[in-house]
Design a protein around this ligand. Structure first.
Ligand SMILES: [Zn+2]
Length: 108
């Protein structure tokens, strides 16, 4: 658990599957971004985040400054990027399941 002003704390890390030391790296759009000091994985606390209100059609069609200009048109680029990510992961883990939290088109 964190206090409102903490910049270091122990938190549960999904990758390490245990509580590890974390550092507050930055805040973006009101979300604190914490990084596990053991494995480097970053995360935020999303209890107040409403993805249905944030990821609207506008988010994928140029209506948000931090969204996509045209998500469907970017599909070939995103597929190549994902393939490179999978190749990288396979260097360290040959098998198992891969879960993606960033797949609004579910195209892979
Ligand atoms: Zn970790």
């Amino acid at each position: 658990m964190t206090s409102p002003t903490a910049t270091q704390s122990f938190q549960q890390c999904q990758a390490c599957a245990r509580s590890t030391p974390h550092a507050l790296r930055f805040t973006k759009n009101g979300c604190d971004i914490w990084q596990c000091r053991q494995c480097g994985l970053g995360h935020t606390h999303v209890a107040a985040f409403d993805p249905k209100a944030y990821y609207t059609e506008d988010y994928f069609c140029g209506g948000h400054a931090d969204g996509y200009s045209d998500y469907r048109a970017a599909e070939p680029v995103l597929r190549r990027e994902f393939a490179r990510s999978v190749d990288f992961i396979r260097r360290y883990r040959d098998g198992g399941k891969l879960r993606s939290w960033d797949a609004p088109m579910a195209s892979f």
